[in-house]
Design a protein. Structure first.
Length: 112
């Protein structure tokens, strides 16, 4: 691991250390704060339903982009997990744009 870090730094990559919580998860507000110090104010998160749910739950999301493909999976996989168990607790979105991208659909919205 240390060798890989040295290799990345040697290639010009800046590495930041973000502390974890008691479960070993990254402290997302601290990570976003450190990114902001580097001038990074926008990220693309493709970490799955737990990461997406955590980002939203902690108030770190302004815009959501949902990609819908014409394929169906049978396990009922959640887009967001961790807190939206009913319509009362569902996030409210204001749709801004819908685009066809080949066979897929991109839906952009802001949190209301």
């Amino acid at each position: 691991k240390k060798q890989k870090i040295k290799q990345l730094i040697g290639s010009g990559v800046q590495i930041m250390h973000v502390p974890g919580d008691s479960f070993g998860w990254i402290d997302l507000p601290k990570a976003m704060g450190q990114l902001a110090e580097f001038g990074i104010t926008s990220i693309y998160s493709e970490g799955g339903s737990q990461v997406a749910g955590s980002l939203i739950q902690q108030g770190l999301v302004d815009e959501i982009q949902l990609f819908v493909a014409p394929k169906a999976l049978g396990e009922g996989i959640s887009t967001f997990s961790g807190f939206m168990k009913s319509l009362d607790s569902a996030i409210q979105l204001e749709w801004e744009d819908v685009q066809m991208l080949g066979p897929d659909v991109l839906i952009r919205g802001r949190l209301a």
